[in-house]
Design a protein around this ligand. Structure first.
Ligand SMILES: *Cc1c(COP(=O)(O)O)cnc(C)c1O
Length: 469
């Protein structure tokens, strides 16, 4: 192409007229960090350039508004991890960070985050201490175990327990308990990664004590029981209790361990009194006599992400001194949050733990909250707003059959001009504080079980903004 034909192409003129990066960055000024302004300007200019070359019409001119650059720069500069409002009704939503912390736990995290702490320092002796000491006493008192140790999550606790008690040797597990949790925790793989050899016994629905007994050989190190957290077997079933396994293990000189998954720190009577769905209590598993019990810190316990190993002092000592411990140990923020949460259990103040409080919310309180949310929303053009009964879930790979009857505010397209459920759902997610809802039968449901009273105003504002958008 010669210079003459190029000059005739109107696109060349439009490309030449595009603003420079420098001009756009100046327009942003100090409203976003410089790197973000430069990146946003480059991207917007490149997009416009591509549109012109591709033959796009000059709709509204090729100008790039200052406000567009500012918004793009601010979006780039935003830290990716941020709060959202959980309007799904799933209390332990793994994608939304599982358990919100109790106020006491939040305060404890802030305290130790601000400065130095006696993480591994014994203040009384003026000498090096152990980070595990901050939690062991509380866990001993609450679970009845001889000793306990904490790692980063329950997957790590399972792995460490297996490595400490059975590396290089055989671990016997029922075929009905070879679970997969959350896509990446697959028990056979975790066993292999811990250096153990899996020996499956029984069938999918029935495993008896005799099955374990027959499988014990000279190379057997451990009998492992795994709580079926995220699925249920119904019909004709048989499984061996933790105490039967512990007794068999002791008789044959083999260790025993149970992965409880969630694990409840309150006993069955307290679970019923609080109106909680029933989960095997940790203290019961410890009392069964197995050498190790492991469970999560951020499932039903309602604390930070953590994995807890509790049980026999010698077994805990082996876990604590295992080389893997250095890679799996919790940081000071986790220890602070978990210690403060455990202190609430110790003081019979478990009702202050948000996960338990949300699960315990009764029908009247939920219906009342849904009513208040509807009133706060008021009338929204194009959208019908109504209070409806709905069903939520505990979540976090726990209690797959437990349905939580709840109340929600339902949003539905009221007329042809109004937005559909997908559009409403997307708009609610696009705000400064995204509201995560769920779609059911062409309606967007805002389940109030997981929406704190203090967030009702924010949710209502997000819904009202649908009218103007
Ligand atoms: C949830 C769960 C795990 C994994 O726990 P994380 O804390 O998520 O690592 C392991 N085993 C069982 C049985 C579980 O339910």
């Amino acid at each position: 192409m010669g210079a003459v034909s190029q000059a005739r192409d109107p696109r060349t003129e439009r490309l030449r007229a595009l603003p420079s990066v420098r001009v756009l960055v100046e327009a942003v000024g100090d409203r976003a960090p410089r790197w973000a302004a430069v990146e946003a300007a480059r991207r917007l200019i490149a997009a416009r350039r591509q549109a012109i070359v591709g033959g796009a019409d000059e709709v509204g001119g090729d100008a790039i508004e200052g406000s567009t650059v500012i918004a793009a720069a601010q979006a780039l500069a935003q830290v990716s991890l941020r709060p959202v409002i959980n309007a799904t009704g799933v209390v332990l939503h793994t994608n939304l960070g599982r358990a919100p912390l109790a106020p006491a736990a939040i305060d404890a995290v802030v305290e130790v985050a601000r400065g130095y702490a006696n993480l591994e320092y014994d203040v009384d002796r003026g000498a090096r201490g152990s980070r595990h000491a901050h939690l062991a006493g509380l866990l001993r008192a609450i679970t009845g175990a001889e000793d306990a140790v904490v790692v980063n999550n329950n997957a790590a606790a399972t792995m460490l327990g297996l490595a400490a008690l059975a590396a290089g040797r055989e671990v016997i597990v029922s075929r009905g308990e070879l679970v997969e949790i959350g896509g990446s925790f697959r028990l056979p793989d975790v066993l292999r990664m811990s250096g153990c050899r899996l020996v499956e016994v029984g069938t999918t629905n029935k495993t008896r004590l005799a099955d374990y007994e027959a499988a014990i050989g000279p190379d057997t190190a451990l009998l492992l029981k795994v709580h079926r957290s995220n699925f249920a077997i119904v019909g004709f079933t048989a499984e061996v209790s933790a105490s039967e396994l512990a007794t068999l293990g002791r008789a044959r000189g083999v260790a025993s361990m149970i992965d409880l998954g969630s694990g409840a720190l309150v006993d069955r009577a307290a679970q019923r009194a609080l109106g909680l769905p029933e989960e095997p209590p940790v203290a019961e598993a410890v009392a069964s006599g197995v050498d190790l019990v492991c469970f999560s810190g951020d499932k039903l316990l309602g604390g930070p992400q953590a994995g807890i190993l509790a049980g026999d002092a010698a077994a805990i000592a082996r876990a604590r001194s295992h080389p893997l411990m250095r890679a799996l140990r919790p940081d000071k923020l986790t220890i602070a949050a978990l210690a403060a949460t455990l202190a609430l259990y110790r003081a019979d103040r478990a009702g202050e733990i948000p996960v338990l409080a949300m699960l315990a919310l009764g029908d009247g309180a939920l219906a009342d909250r849904a009513g208040r949310l509807k009133v706060a929303i008021g009338e929204v053009a194009g959208i019908a707003v109504e209070v409806v009964a709905c069903t939520g879930m505990v979540g976090g790979g726990t209690l797959p059959l437990a349905e939580l009857p709840s109340w929600a505010v339902a949003l539905r397209r009221a007329d042809e001009a109004g937005p559909g459920a997908d559009a409403i759902d997307a708009a609610l997610r696009s705000g400064a504080v995204p509201v995560i809802a769920r779609i059911d039968d062409a309606r967007v449901l805002l389940d109030v079980r997981t929406i704190a009273d203090s967030d009702l105003g924010t949710v209502a504002a997000a819904v009202r903004a649908l009218a103007s958008g």
